[in-house]
Design a protein around this ligand. Structure first.
Ligand code: AMP
Ligand code: MG
Length: 341
């Protein structure tokens, strides 16, 4: 079965053609990172306009790279939730129109489900059920229990910020460029991860909290450079040396990874039946996290970020699980919706 996957939940315009949920025939991603580096974050209105410009060239390129015609496409899959409203609208309207024009079944796919299913693509050995999925992205930090394909139970979630958001905010405090995750990881390579002791939040059970860690970094930076807590965070970077920035990046990254690992270990104790662990979302690209969880499945580095291949893969397993296509005339978008729905 050959599926065209379309993804526009945030600031990547992406389309891919995937056979049987595992074999990538093409994978085209146009990122808006260069546009938003200037602003230090995503501006939803600009993101939507950029999707509009890139969408059809990206879809056409995905088909030509795969060497397939519309006749050979069995289904169209598109991200319908969660994400930025304007961004989701461009992808879903495109997919709906293409489904009607080419008379193809249309499937609306949850974005986090897609991130999880990136772990099934191009893998020799597949994850085994029941499994735990650690979802670590810019908008979510969750531990999911999966009894089987397409069955998700949230057993832990963040009370406030997501871990990726925390990487991005700490990078801003340190004056490192957007997106913060890769910038922190790069600076940390030259830093001493033991120099600054940062607290682990005390959150009950398998839940997370990352806003306290971000504030702890802010206070530690203010203390280090000798300014009061009222000092504006955007001016701190001017007072930090290269060495201090790298040491803060390394210390923060180590702490964030330790928090994730501790909660995952707790989840494994509570669910002794679990056979595999998969890690999903943008933060899964982090090398220190990969080293900290040597037995877990991680997506190929090129599939950690947003892409259409994972949407097509998730759709394949939805179809295998008996999910019916969506009416292209009625498809709704849900900026905020749980993976359990
Ligand atoms: P997503 O929301 O899944 O698209 O992922 C985007 C998030 O992943 C952003 O918060 C990035 O800062 C973060 N991210 C990307 N690469 C890395 C990395 N190497 N280490 C940590 N975080 C990362
Ligand atoms: Mg994402």
């Amino acid at each position: 079965m050959i599926i065209l996957g379309i993804e526009t939940s945030c600031d990547e315009t992406a389309a891919a053609v995937v056979r049987d949920g595992r074999e990538i025939l093409s994978n085209v991603v146009v990122s808006q990172i260069d546009i938003f580096a200037e602003y230090g974050g995503v501006i939803p209105e600009i993101a939507a306009r950029s999707h509009l410009e890139a969408m059809m060239p990206v879809v056409n390129r995905a088909l030509s790279d795969a060497g397939v015609s519309w006749d050979e496409i069995d289904a169209i899959a598109v991200t319908h939730a969660p994400g930025l409203l304007g961004s989701l609208l461009i992808g879903t309207l495109t997919a709906r129109t293409l489904a009607i024009l080419h008379n193809k079944p249309l499937y609306a796919v949850h974005h986090l489900k897609s991130h999880v299913y990136a772990n099934w693509i191009s893998k020799m050995a597949l994850p085994q059920f029941p499994l735990l999925a650690l979802v670590v992205s810019g908008g979510h930090t969750q531990i999911l229990y999966m009894k089987g394909h397409n069955q998700f139970e949230i057993i832990g979630t963040t009370h406030d910020d997501a871990v990726g958001e925390c990487f991005d905010k700490v990078a801003k405090i340190l004056g490192l460029p957007y997106p913060g995750g890769p910038s922190i990881a790069k600076a940390a390579l030259s830093g001493d991860s033991g120099r600054f002791k940062l607290p682990h939040p005390k959150v009950e059970g398998l839940d997370f909290s990352f806003s306290g860690l971000k504030t702890a970094v802010l206070r530690a930076v203010q203390k280090e450079v000798g300014v009061p807590i009222s000092y504006p965070s955007h001016k701190l970077k001017e007072l930090l040396s290269e060495k201090q920035i790298c040491d803060f990046a390394a210390s923060f990254q180590r702490t964030a990874v330790e928090i994730l690992r501790e909660k995952l270990e707790m989840a494994l104790v509570e669910h002794p039946d679990v056979k595999s662990v998969v890690v999903a979302g943008g933060v899964s690209a982090n090398e220190i996290l990969r080293k900290a969880l040597p037995d877990a499945y991680f997506p190929a580095p090129s599939l950690s970020g947003d892409n259409g291949a994972m949407v097509a893969a998730a759709c394949y397993y939805e179809i295998q699980s008996g999910v019916e296509p969506t009416d292209p005339y009625k498809l709704d978008i849900y900026p905020r919706i749980s993976i359990e729905n």
